[in-house]
Design a protein around this ligand. Sequence first.
Ligand code: GAL
Length: 429
Amino acid sequence: MRKALAAVAGLGVAALVLAGCSGSPGDGGSKGGSDDASQVEVFTWWASGSEKTGLDALVKVFGEQFPKTKFVNAAVAGGAGSNAKNALASRLKADNPPDSFQAHAGAELTDYIEANKIEDLSSFYKDNGLNDVFPKTLLDRLTVDGKIYSVPSNIHRANVVWVNNAVLTKAGIDPKTAPADIDAWLADMKKLKDAGVETPLSVATDWTQVQLFENVLLADLGADGYTGLWDGKTKFDDAKVTKAIKDYTSLLSYANTDGTGQDWPVATDMVIDGTAAYNVMGDWALAEFDAKNKTYGTDYTTWPTPGTDGTFDFLADSFTLPVGAPHAGGAKNWLKTISSADGQKAFNLAKGSIPARTDAVATDYPEYQQGAMASFAKDTVVSSLAHGAAVKVSWLNDITSAIGQFVSTKDGKALQDALVQAQTKGLGK
Ligand code: GAL
């Protein structure tokens, strides 16, 4: 059976058509699917800096656990997979898959599942006891029609503000006390500006702008209202979305205007070096602060984005077994390492995320991650928009282009109209 599906290939980029898919998930595909374990080609976007350090930590454990399987690094640079997703779509379209690729748990995987590009890993879960070691919140987001198609290496939090203590203290603001809501946060940004801080808030390229917007939506709509956006219970023409767009506009008025085109470390580094006071970034930023030898609590502080306390904005990197992977045996070894207690510990200590496994020992991790683990266990978990958990890639792409236009025009009405349209299309109405 041949199907042509519009599967989408990257943030802010036009859809590519994945055509000519043969086989069905689980049957090994029309070719490949061998158990060759001599090597494994792993496709990620952890190509440099602190993200590569995380991948290297994982590869080290892999080398210890599977010395006979050669690791081949197929990383494509660009935060949040901004370039990698395109490159991957081309390879999948050409039936030239890597042995395993990085994706996000949640809606993003549906694109690959619907296109019959990844294998059902339910029996891998059974054979390796994984149903017992991952939390239900995560398993629910990984399960599609009763099947699981990927193995998570970690859990990241997307609603975190990274704060430069010295910059705030100098302006008479206590960095340890989080503003109660977006209004209070904006008031502090005004204080910073009045005190001569040119860039209270740093932003980088389009997906970081989407992530900031997602945080504002979460703050202004609350967890239920925000989650309703993705299943249609909340409409994008809601007055609270109008308020969120207004708040977003105000926040951007305190941000650098040269972010577009810059990858996330540029914005995070502005807080690290004191050029900016705040950066909203997922907790991969922790690894960047570590790499620059900054001390948590002394040099910098974190809090949940004002108005989102009590909510954990979730995403998880999750690895797949593509249909037709040339070294399926190698891929399964890789999936074993990333889901093992040792693999998860080494990786998450280096990456800033928390382990997906529930048997991890909190005291093995530094203060920030202990806090994130406690929050994930007790807070309301919602799905990240910018990082593939909430919506499929085509919907995210539509939102990303709408935000991209808004950032240059500041036309709130046009943004809200585009968001309404994207929702209608995304929900297939
Ligand atoms: C996310 C990914 C994280 C981190 C981040 C920045 O999408 O899940 O692991 O890599 O992008 O590149």
